[in-house]
Ligand binder design. Structure first.
Ligand code: IMP
Length: 469
């Protein structure tokens, strides 16, 4: 049998580029869909041809294909309480999951005190409050004094009672300072225990599970979560997630040697978005938009959201000279609201300087651009043209690099080029030849600038609304 290989799909911006949908589309060409980083902080949604919407947090995309193996690698952090519910929800829809799902024994377990700490301290970064950061921090700590802080899925298999006792000790060590009591911790441990019991048959004891599959010809698709500009090292610290999200991380967190790498596919969104705090040079309305999108009621719920914004006069907002107002309209048109929170996502123009940087950093071989059907909306603006960020200036002078530090990146001003773009509806287009010339020229310009091949574009949310090149 011939040797297998691994391809990687990563997001090239700040998340929510539509990775799951692309993975779902490509999954039929692979035997195994694997995740290598993150946990329940990922919100992946897929819309099927028959209009069914499927929300995934921890289960790898590709779940629609019953014969595919699903794998959660050792670089992920596992919330057993959430994961067991997610699996049960999918199985209730008639999808078999458990008998083809493997979870690396070396993946760390999200513990109750991780949620407690993230909930209490994650606001300044704008985390998803799923305990991800504290869990990765505890993984690196290993032990704090006599307390075992890094508990892995396999440790739960070996010594469940000892590990639940360690969780209890970890809770007790921090609970009081966050105003939480022992009963709350106990209830949480019970949920994790139930989740673990429901899924323990999925825990994979063999660290060479994927390697053996690849050696025997398996085709593996690694599905990145959270995107490269949120990488814990390469992103704009501290406004990042806590795992490595870059392509290379697939070969640590994904439990496969790099020799199996075949190609890397990057996903970018034609109109960019970001959730959480942090620099976003091409944001419509700049820091005003960031403050607006991140504001919250004292109880934590947003003061506004999809419903409020959808009631606005979109035509009037699109004609506004104020980027902040125009951005609101683009958000409504692109439906960029948190799937759970309905929190508005921050919106900005496509940033080719950042895209080229992300592509070069990750050696992206092929590019897929989602939401290209939105580009025509720019014809409704006052200038009728599409703004594209092509570079940055810092302290009044253009720079030829993408700054490494958050301090500098927060200060750059975007250099914007305006493009003529056709107002034609693209949602029904399926062939490259049927794309308006202006769209084809724009995609060619992206290829030239980023030195990579555009392999496809999305022209609508449904599975079949794609054009392959
Ligand atoms: P954490 O991953 O929950 O620690 O959150 C850290 C940052 O990453 C915050 O700005 C989050 O909004 C962002 N983030 C985490 N997961 C996702 C995702 O799946 N899509 C987009 N942003 C994410």
């Amino acid at each position: 049998m011939s040797t297998g290989y691994a391809d990687i799909v990563i997001g090239l911006q700040y998340g929510d580029e539509g990775k799951a949908r692309v993975v779902d589309m490509l999954a039929k060409e692979y035997d195994i869909i694997a995740r290598f980083n993150g946990g329940a902080n990922a919100g992946h949604s897929i819309e099927t041809e028959d209009g069914r919407k499927l929300a995934l947090n921890q289960v790898p995309s590709g779940v629609f294909y019953p014969e595919k193996t699903l794998y959660t690698g050792s670089g992920c952090v596992v919330d057993f309480a959430q994961l067991s519910q997610e699996v049960a929800g999918l199985e209730a829809q008639g999808l078999n999951v458990k008998d083809r799902y493997r979870i690396a024994a070396q993946a760390s377990v999200v513990q109750p005190h991780h949620f407690l700490i993230d909930g209490a301290t994650g606001k300044s970064v704008g985390t998803t409050k799923k305990g991800i950061g504290p869990c990765y921090a505890d993984r690196a700590s290993r032990m704090l004094g006599e307390r075992l802080t890094n508990i892995r899925a396999g440790d739960l298999l070996d010594n469940p009672e000892k590990m639940f006792e360690a969780m209890r000790a970890n809770w007790a060590a921090v609970a009081e300072s966050y105003g939480a009591d022992a009963a709350t911790g106990e209830a949480w441990i019970t949920r994790i225990r139930e989740g673990f019991e429901a899924l323990k048959e999925c825990i994979e004891r063999d660290p060479l599970f994927l390697e053996k599959k690849a050696r025997n010809g398996a085709r593996i698709l690694f599905e990145g979560a959270q995107s490269v500009l949120l990488d814990v090292t390469k992103g704009y610290v501290p406004y990042v997630t806590s795992s490595n999200t870059v392509a290379a991380a697939a070969f640590t967190g994904g439990d496969l040697p790099p020799r199996y790498h075949r190609k890397t596919l990057g996903i970018a969104k034609a109109v960019m978005s970001r959730v959480g705090h942090g620099p976003f040079p091409s944001e419509f309305g700049g820091s005003r938009s960031e403050a607006y999108c991140m504001q919250a009621n004292p109880d934590g719920s947003p003061t506004y959201g999809r419903k409020v914004e959808e009631a606005y006069d979109i035509d009037a907002l699109m004609k506004s000279t104020d980027g902040f107002e125009m951005g609101k309209a683009m958000r409504v048109l692109s439906r960029e609201y948190g799937t759970v929170s309905t929190r508005p996502r921050r919106i900005g123009s496509l940033d080719l300087a950042a895209l080229e940087y992300a592509i070069r950093m990750n050696g992206v071989d092929e590019l897929f651009i989602t939401k290209c059907d939105l580009l025509r909306e720019y014809t409704r603006t006052l200038s009728g043209k599409m703004p594209v960020t092509v570079g940055y200036s810092l302290d009044g002078s253009p720079i030829d690099y993408v700054p490494a530090t958050t301090e500098q990146y927060s200060k750059v001003s975007p250099i914007i080029q305006e493009w003529d773009i056709a107002g034609d509806e693209l949602t029904e287009v399926r062939q490259v030849a049927d794309l308006p010339e202006s769209v084809q020229a724009f995609l060619k310009a992206i290829e030239d600038r980023c030195q990579t091949r555009v392999m496809g574009i999305g022209v609508g949310p449904q599975r079949n609304q794609v054009v392959f090149f």
